[in-house]
Structures are given as structure tokens and as C-alpha cells.
Design a protein around this ligand. Structure first.
Ligand code: FES
Ligand SMILES: [Fe+2]
Length: 384
């Protein structure tokens, strides 16, 4: 018995051109797009998503977008009144050096707070009238009316944030409305493997499309022949897909071309087996064992900046028992991964419709992991 594939859906209708025009018109109806986007955004809002790399958030305000919501992030000082008080009751991570996040809109005249600056006490100052806000969003200073009590109602909207695995994560709903806790990255968070946090990329594509692309085995030997793809290994062997409540897993052994080796006398670069171990952490994170060779794990986390755009974060971690304790060669790794990400980005950005659940697409057995992923997203309400 070969291993079970994911369920296969085959569309047998070969549509005539006129029908294609009608179908295209249907998928472009603003009302359909709006309904799909509303479902996608509402479902996505119940999860934690990365909004910045930790290393990119310092004492100056940083602007970010999550699910169409504009945010401002900043890191509170390691000393001073804000740090000393710990700001009890804050909805953001409390304490010295912690990151705070607010909706990027001043309650006074709706100016983006990210255009302001952080004062010596760690309060975010609006650029228009310099009102000061703490990490919980409370307005703690109105310079135009010194000494007057400030009503609690004057506040910017706080957003829950956490830092882990080199990233700042945000969740737009209260804890009781969370669908699941933030996915964990044990090799970085618990085991302390040497790791590298890659550059952040903005893709003009849907987060679900990016995750599916990252888990698409059938394109290696077509799209990535300038790096690890092996043009002589187009056939995809059967593989099993396993699903749990919050994960989808599949393993695949692939005869990769070494992307950094020099070609031999025959002009070919050496081939070696890569054991890819996929674990999708629903909805948009992927743990990928073996991606950078034995004893490595790569993480791809797609954050929906809107229903049809994404910000991509990635990290690679290396088992010190295999690779030693030396720091990761981030420059070399980034150079290789840039070559791999570039065609993936171009493909995802070219997909029409951009919304995966607006598409009528065929699947074959080798698409089993992607099919299981779509089914899971549907189960979780991402298709409405
Ligand atoms: S608009 Fe922000 S203080 Fe006036
Ligand atoms: Fe790819």
C-alpha cells in the first residue's frame, strides 16, 4: 500500500472562453472579494502574528501593519520611571526594555503616533501636540494643560505584544478570543540553538498562498534549478500527510543540488539527499526540518498585512551537536535564501485570483500537503 495522499479534487470541466470570462468577472465582483476578505481577516485576527524583528524595534517608534490595522511599536527604556513602575495593568508586555504596541492613531486628532518620538521616560509623544502615552495607551501628559487630571477615556488603543524567537508578535484580540496560543519555536526558544533571523520581506500576495508555496514539493525541480532544485528529479514520490488540531505534517526526501558547491568537470553541482520535514503551525507558520541540511530547522512565518498582502519573516537554527556553537554565517545564508525566495515571491505575486478561496483550481496527488492545508483553513473559517 502506498502512503495515503491528501484528498484529491479534480475539476473536469474544461471551460469555454466565454465561460472563463464569466468566471473571471465573478471572482472580481467587489462583493465577493469583500466577503472573502472579511472572513479571512476575521479568522486571522484570532491568532498571534509577527509584526517586526526584535532587532528592528528600539527607542524610536516603528510603524507596522497587521490585518489592515496600523500599529506603532517602541521599546521602553531599560531605566527611568516607566521601567521602574513596570506600568501595572498594562495590556502590553510590562517592564524595562519591553516592547509596547498601540494602534497608530492619536485619540486627539487622529495623527499617526509613529510619526512622533519616545521621551526619556519611555512615553510615546504625538508629533502634533506632544501628548504623551504610556505602553498601555494611557495619556499621561497634556503639555497644553499642565497639572490637570487626565480622564481615563483619553487613551490610545493598546495591542498585546510578546517577543520570542527573534520576533515581536502581536495579537489583536483579547486572550479569551484567541484561537490558539502563539506557535513556539523550541530550537530557538528552549534549546538555544545558534540561529539567524532573515531579512523581512513584503509580498504582494495572500499569506495562505505563501504558506502553500513554501510547502509545495512539486515546484522544486522546476522553479529552483539555479539553487537546490534538481531538474532531473521532476517526479514526486508518494508521501503521507498527517494532521493534528493545529499542525499538518509531511516528510519528503529530495535529491537536492548543493546550491553553494562549485560545479564539477561535467558542469553539474553535486547532488545529496535533503530530508525535508514539514510541520505547518496553523494558520501561517511553518517549521521545516532539514531545509539547511542535517541538524537544521528553518521557520517561515507569514503575517497577513491585509487579506491579500503579507510580510514574511524567516529564521534558520542549527543544532550545535551537529554544527558546533559558532554563530551562524548570516551573510552567506541570506545570500542563498534570497536566491530561493525571489522566484517564489514572483510566482505567488503572479497568482490570480490572489485570494486562494476565490480560485477554482485542480489538484493532483503530489499536492497533498497543500490540499490538506486548504482544508484546514476552511475548517478554521478562513473561507467564510
Ligand atoms: S493629535 Fe496627537 S496630541 Fe493632538
Ligand atoms: Fe519555492
Amino acid at each position: 500500500m502506498p502512503p495515503a495522499y491528501g484528498p484529491v479534487v479534480t475539476v473536469v470541466d474544461s471551460a469555454a472562453p466565454a465561460a472563463l470570462v464569466a468566471a473571471a468577472a465573478a471572482t472580481q465582483r467587489p462583493d465577493q472579494g469583500a466577503a472573502l476578505d472579511a472572513a479571512f481577516l476575521a479568522a486571522s485576527a484570532r491568532y498571534w502574528h509577527p509584526v517586526a524583528r526584535s532587532s528592528d524595534v528600539g527607542a524610536a517608534p516603528v510603524h507596522a501593519v497587521l490585518l489592515g490595522v496600523e500599529l506603532v511599536l517602541w521599546r521602553r527604556p531599560a531605566s527611568g520611571p516607566a521601567a521602574a513602575s513596570g506600568e501595572p495593568g498594562t495590556a502590553s508586555t510590562a517592564g524595562a526594555g519591553a516592547v509596547a504596541a498601540l494602534v497608530d492613531q492619536c485619540p486627539h486628532r487622529s495623527v499617526p503616533l509613529s510619526g512622533g518620538e519616545v521621551d526619556a521616560d519611555g512615553r510615546l509623544r504625538c508629533p502634533y501636540h506632544s501628548w504623551g502615552f504610556d505602553g498601555a495607551g494611557r495619556c499621561v501628559d497634556i503639555p497644553q494643560q499642565p497639572g490637570q487630571r487626565i480622564p481615563d477615556i483619553i487613551a490610545a488603543q493598546p495591542v498585546r505584544v510578546a517577543e520570542a524567537a527573534g520576533l515581536v508578535w502581536a495579537c489583536l484580540v483579547d486572550e479569551e478570543d484567541e484561537a490558539r496560543p502563539r506557535p513556539r519555536f523550541p530550537e530557538i526558544e528552549d534549546l538555544g540553538w545558534p540561529h539567524y533571523v532573515g531579512t523581512v520581506q513584503d509580498w504582494n500576495g495572500q499569506a495562505a498562498r505563501q504558506v502553500e508555496n513554501f510547502c509545495d514539493i512539486g515546484h522544486f525541480s522546476v522553479l529552483h534549478t539555479d539553487t537546490f532544485g534538481n531538474a532531473e528529479a521532476l517526479a514526486v514520490e508518494p508521501y503521507a500527510v498527517r494532521r493534528t488540531a493545529w499542525t499538518i505534517e509531511a516528510d519528503y526526501r529530495y535529491p537536492s543540488v548543493n546550491p553553494v558547491a562549485e560545479p564539477g568537470p561535467d558542469g553539474r553541482r553535486p547532488v545529496g539527499e535533503t530530508f525535508f520535514q514539514y510541520r505547518i503551525e496553523l494558520p501561517f507558520a511553518v517549521w521545516l526540518g532539514g531545509a539547511n541540511g542535517p541538524g537544521s530547522v528553518m521557520f517561515s512565518v507569514s503575517a497577513p498585512t491585509s487579506a491579500t498582502t503579507l510580510r514574511l519573516f524567516w529564521m534558520s537554527a542549527f543544532d550545535p551537536a551537529v554544527h558546533g556553537d559558532e554563530p551562524v554565517d548570516g551573510i552567506g545564508l541570506q545570500a542563498v535564501e534570497d536566491l530561493i525566495w525571489a522566484p517564489d515571491k514572483a510566482i505567488v505575486e503572479s497568482q490570480r485570483p490572489a485570494r486562494v478561496f476565490a480560485a477554482t483550481e485542480v489538484h493532483r496527488a503530489f499536492d497533498g500537503l497543500g490540499v490538506a492545508y486548504r482544508e484546514a483553513l476552511r475548517d478554521l473559517g478562513f473561507a467564510g
